[in-house]
Design a binder for this molecule. Structure first.
Ligand code: 4AD
Ligand code: MG
Length: 429
């Protein structure tokens, strides 16, 4: 039996066994100070030449960075120790002596760390980010469970595009071509006629040619879709979800947020209502800031950063020109050049984390849009069918997990938000 370091305080002044890895050590001749890490915490283990037998001392002398070790000894509070507790080692077992570890104490460049991502994930900071990622994913799942959405899985291999053909990854599918999914949305739209409110959660792919701090080529998306939900209510669901995510992370990830030195004040402000501004108002705000942009242009990363810094909560931008958005968005009856959509931009300069819209529910309008967007009709026949048999108003949205993690953790770049990031110039490790 061994105990996890998160439970160490329950075992003070008792002899216990610990298992983990050495992330730092030093010696003063007759004493070794060994910093042990497991997946839940860390502790300083003291090996004193006087207190252990010759064999244990000799084993101790072989220990290197990242060696895997089992320690037996008594634990006690020690304010001066970096973790607040210490173990006086009685016995130790070496599981493996590590070779010289490539990630040392000196600062490494990003490329070096990315090449060693399989080792870099062991660092305290990377582990904290990945734990917050886990918390965010569970928050999303429990939110949808509470709200009576049903989890369904959308296919990854698809016959056509959802979000435009310029970022499709094609692959051979026997004697045909298949494309890796850009979003499960179209399939969720089919599922609402069966299950009412649904969501999916899975890997999505975009051949993004741009090298930015916000784009991965493989990322995880949560798409949600609901029958009888219209544009305004769609935004309310998104607002509630983001508030719940922030609340859960603040409640359950205090240690991780501390490790990341995340200022939590901005996260504590994530409460309803979120501001809603139109596309047109956004263009005006940008022009007032001196940005060269005109009605009809899409926002890039720089524009999103400017807008998202104007608010201390996520902001919804609604009603974009239909021409710069995907084919399936429902035109606004008041102005058919606009669509009933929204992007949601995270504050502190993070930019878009959600894209959503009310969908076209009328057969003729959808057929016209597919034509207007020069999409092939045949692979969309099944999707068009949904407007033939009991069509209803419906809406949905997609939240990018990695962008949400970057925002919640306060990270500069998306590459640290996923265990093994895939970027335009990176497929390894
Ligand atoms: O805005 P997007 O393209 O919307 C859709 O795909 C819709 N079909 C979703 C829906 O309505 N069900 O993508 C949704 C979100 C973005 O807001 C962003 O957070 C994330 O997915 N995203 C990316 N994240 C990382 N790297 C990329 N290349 C991303 N592209 C989109
Ligand atoms: Mg978008």
């Amino acid at each position: 039996m061994y105990i996890l370091l998160k439970n160490i305080k329950k075992h003070l002044n008792k002899t216990v066994t610990l298992k983990g890895w050495i992330f730092n050590y030093r010696s003063s001749g007759s004493i070794y100070f060994l910093q042990l890490r497991d997946s839940t915490g860390e502790i300083q283990a003291i090996v004193s030449k006087k207190e252990v037998n010759q064999k244990t001392w000799e084993a101790c002398e072989k220990i290197s960075l990242e060696s895997s070790i089992e320690f037996k000894g008594k634990v006690y509070n020690e304010k001066r120790s970096p973790s607040g507790t210490e173990m006086l080692v009685e016995d130790l077992k070496i599981i493996q002596i590590a070779e010289e570890y490539p990630i040392g104490k000196k600062a490494h460049g990003t490329d070096f760390l990315m090449d060693h991502r399989h080792l870099w994930v062991r660092s305290k900071r990377q582990a904290a980010i990945l734990k917050i990622r886990d918390e965010i994913i569970w928050a999303i799942r429990s939110f949808f469970k509470k709200e009576n959405f049903i989890l369904t899985d959308s296919p990854i291999l698809t016959p056509t595009s959802c979000e435009g053909t310029s970022t499709l990854f094609a692959t051979n599918y026997f004697d045909k071509k298949a494309y890796l999914s850009q979003s499960g949305q179209l399939y969720l739209e089919a599922m609402i006629y069966s299950l009412g409110k649904v969501y999916d959660f899975g890997p999505t792919f975009r051949a993004e040619k741009s090298k930015t701090r916000r784009h991965l080529t493989e990322f995880w998306m949560m798409d949600a879709e609901a029958a009888f939900v219209e544009h305004k209510e769609n935004m309310k669901i998104q607002e509630k979800l983001l508030c719940y995510i922030a609340e859960q992370v603040l409640k359950n990830c205090q240690r991780e947020l501390e490790i990341l030195e995340r200022d939590i004040k901005p996260l504590e402000k994530i409460k309803p209502p979120f501001p809603v501004i139109t596309y047109e108002q956004t263009i005006k705000k940008l022009q007032q800031k001196g940005v060269k942009i005109k009605w009809g242009d899409d926002f890039g990363g720089d524009e999103e950063t400017i807008i998202s810094k104007m608010f201390d909560k996520p902001v919804f931008i609604e009603k974009y020109p239909g021409k710069i958005k995907a084919f399936y968005m429902k035109p606004d009856t008041k102005n058919p050049d606009l669509v009933l959509n929204n992007d949601c931009l995270a504050p502190e300069g993070y930019g878009e984390i959600i894209g959503g819209s009310q969908r076209i529910d009328d057969l003729k309008t959808l057929e016209e849009k597919i034509k207007e967007f020069k999409l092939p009709k045949e692979p969309f026949e099944w999707y068009i069918d949904l407007r033939r048999y009991g069509s209803v108003p419906h809406s949905g949205f997609g939240l990018g997990i990695e962008r949400t993690v970057a925002w919640i953790c306060g990270l500069k770049h998306i590459r640290e938000t996923i265990p093994f990031p895939r970027l335009i110039n990176r497929l390894n490790p």
